[in-house]
Design a protein around this ligand. Structure first.
Ligand SMILES: *Cc1c(COP(=O)(O)O)cnc(C)c1O
Length: 485
C-alpha cells in the first residue's frame, strides 16, 4: 500500500520552475491590449510552482496508482479492455506517420493515404460492407454518422416521414442517445425471456415511420440473435434500414459479417476490437461501413486510388458533409492497420475463437456460485446476476469494490439494464488461463465472504489507497478543482 503523497499544490515553492527559456526578444504585450477587459483574469491563477523533477515524480506517482490493462486484469464487458500490442506504438511513431500535416500536398503523403485506403478496404472486407469512412472519432459518433446517412437516404427518396429508430432494451446507452441527437425518436423493443429480440414485439413496433433498427449482435448479454435474417427482413420490408453496433466485434471477427446478416451500416470501435488504446478519455476511432445504397451519403472526403496514386475524394455530391476535422484520429488508424497486418486473417479468426472460449470458460466456472440468468452458450461476454448475494445484504457494487483488493478491475456492473444486480464480464482473448483461474478464485472467495462475513465485502476495498468513496456525494457535489480552503 502506497502512502498518500502531498498534493502538487502543497509542494509548491514560489518562484520554482520546471522549465527555463531564453529571454524573450520580442516586445512584451499586456494581455489587456488584445483581450477584452471582462475576459481578463482578476486574481492570479494560483498554479503550483515546482521543479521539473518534482513534476515528473508527481505524475509518475499518479500514473502508478491507476489500474490499466498493462498492470492487471480488466474484464470490462462491452468495452473490451484487451491488450494493445506495443508494436503499434513503434509504427505510430514512424516519422512518416507522426511528422506529417493534413495540409501537405497529397503527393508528399502517399504512404499515409495508402494506409487509410487499405484500412478502409480491410474494414469493409471484415464487416461485409462496400465502403468505409474513417473519420468518426468514437463509437457514438459512428452511430450518429450512420444514422445521418440513413436519414439522408430516406430523404433522397422523398420518404420524409420516417422519424423512429427502434432499439432493443439491451442496447448500449449510446444507441438511443445517438438516435435522439440525429433527430429521431428512439423506440424501445423488449427482449424475450431468452434475452433476444422478440420478433413479435418487433413486428408491432415496425411501421412506415421506421427509419432504422439498431442492433448489437451478439447483443450485450453476449447472445447471438439467431433470428437475425428474419429481423432484417421485417425491417427491410417496412422500408427501414438496419444498423449494426459493432463497437465490440470480438465475437464475430473472421466468423460472421454484419453485411452478410443483412445489415446496411455498421460502426466499429478501433479502440476496442482493434487494440488501439482506450480509457482515460481517448482518442478513439469509430469507422463506419455502409452498403452501396448508403455510399452516396458518406462523409467527405474518403480516400480514393486513381492513376496518379492515392487521393482525397471530395466528389460526393450527396455527402452528409465533413464530420470531423481533417481525417479522423490518424494515429489510431495506424495502430489498427498494424494490428490487422500483424494478425492476418487467421490471427483475426483466432481472436474471436479465443474470446468466446475464454468467456464460456469463466461462465462455467462461476455458474455454481452466482446466478446466471441466460445459461446458453455465450459469445465473447456473459452476464451474472448478484441476486443470490443481494439476499445476504451484499450488492453487486460491493462485490465489484471487493475485486479491487484482488488487483482486478471490476467488470461492467448494472448494465445491461434488464438484468438485476448485473455483472457483465468479458475476459477477452488476450488473457492466459492462469489469469482467468486467479479471477475465478477471487470471485469464489467473494461469494463465500458474502455468506460468511458480508461486512468484509460491504466495506471493501480494504487494500487500495482510497477506500470506499461516497459515490452519491461525488456525483452530486463534485469537487473538480483544488482550492486553498
Ligand atoms: C463502447 C460502446 C459504444 C460507444 O462507443 P464510444 O467509443 O464509447 O462512443 C457503443 N456500443 C457498444 C456496444 C459499446 O460497447
Amino acid at each position: 500500500m502506497t502512502e498518500a503523497k502531498a498534493l502538487i499544490f502543497e509542494m509548491s515553492n514560489p518562484g520554482r520552475r520546471a522549465y527555463s527559456l531564453p529571454e524573450s526578444d520580442v516586445p512584451d504585450k499586456e494581455a489587456s491590449e488584445y483581450l477584452p477587459e471582462d475576459m481578463l483574469r482578476q486574481t492570479p491563477a494560483d498554479l503550483p510552482e515546482v521543479s521539473e523533477l518534482d513534476l515528473i515524480r508527481h505524475y509518475t506517482e499518479l500514473s502508478r496508482r491507476n489500474h490499466g490493462i498493462d498492470n492487471g486484469f480488466y474484464p470490462l464487458g462491452s468495452c473490451t479492455m484487451k491488450y494493445n500490442p506495443k508494436i503499434h506504438e513503434d509504427v505510430a511513431r514512424y516519422l512518416g506517420f507522426s511528422n506529417i500535416h493534413p495540409y501537405q500536398p497529397e503527393e508528399s503523403v502517399q504512404g499515409a493515404l495508402q494506409l487509410m485506403y487499405e484500412l478502409q478496404r480491410d474494414l469493409a472486407e471484415i464487416t461485409g460492407m462496400d465502403r468505409v469512412t474513417l473519420q468518426s472519432a468514437a463509437g457514438a459518433q459512428g452511430e450518429w454518422t450512420g444514422l445521418m446517412m440513413i436519414k439522408a437516404y430516406h430523404e433522397s427518396r422523398g420518404d420524409t416521414k420516417r422519424d423512429k429508430v427502434i432499439v432493443p432494451d439491451s442496447a448500449h446507452g449510446t444507441n438511443p442517445a445517438s438516435a435522439t441527437v440525429a433527430g429521431f425518436q428512439a423506440v424501445t423493443v423488449k427482449s424475450n425471456e431468452e434475452g433476444l429480440v422478440s420478433v413479435a414485439s418487433l413486428k408491432e413496433a415496425v411501421g412506415d415511420d421506421t427509419a432504422a433498427l439498431m442492433l448489437t449482435n451478439p447483443n450485450t448479454l453476449g447472445l447471438f440473435e439467431r433470428e437475425i435474417k428474419e429481423i432484417a427482413d421485417i425491417v427491410h420490408e417496412a422500408g427501414g434500414l438496419i444498423y449494426y453496433d459493432g463497437a465490440n466485434a470480438n465475437a464475430i471477427l473472421g466468423q460472421a459479417r454484419p453485411g452478410d446478416m443483412g445489415f446496411d451500416v455498421v460502426h466499429l470501435n478501433l479502440h476496442k476490437t482493434f487494440t488501439t488504446p482506450h480509457g482515460g478519455g481517448g482518442p478513439g476511432s469509430g469507422p463506419v461501413g455502409v452498403k452501396d445504397i448508403l455510399a452516396p451519403f458518406l462523409p467527405k472526403p474518403v480516400v480514393g486510388k486513381g492513376s496518379r496514386g492515392y487521393y482525397l475524394d471530395d466528389d460526393i455530391p450527396q455527402s452528409i458533409g465533413r464530420i470531423k476535422a481533417y481525417h479522423g484520429n490518424f494515429g489510431m488508424l495506424v495502430r489498427a492497420y498494424t494490428y490487422i497486418r500483424t494478425m492476418g486473417p487467421d490471427g483475426l479468426r483466432r481472436v474471436s475463437e479465443d474470446a468466446v472460449l475464454n468467456a464460456n470458460y469463466l461462465m462455467k466456472k462461476l455458474q455454481p456460485y452466482f446466478d446466471v440468468p441466460y445459461q446458453q452458450f455465450c459469445k465473447h461476454e456473459f452476464v451474472l446476476s448478484g441476486n443470490r448475494q443481494k439476499k445476504l445484504g451484499v450488492r453487486t457494487l460491493d462485490m465489484a469494490k471487493r475485486l479491487l483488493d484482488f488487483g482486478v478491475h471490476p467488470p461492467t456492473i448494472y448494465f445491461p439494464l434488464i438484468v438485476d444486480e448485473c455483472m457483465m464480464i468479458e475476459p477477452t482473448e488476450t488473457e492466459s488461463k492462469e489469469t482467468l483461474d486467479r479471477f475465478v478464485e477471487g470471485m469464489i472467495q467473494i461469494a463465500r465472504e458474502a455468506e460468511d462475513c458480508p461486512e468484509d465485502v460491504q466495506e471493501a476495498p480494504h487494500h487500495t489507497m482510497i477506500k470506499r468513496l461516497d459515490e452519491v456525494t461525488a456525483a452530486r457535489k463534485p469537487v473538480l478543482r483544488w482550492t486553498k480552503e
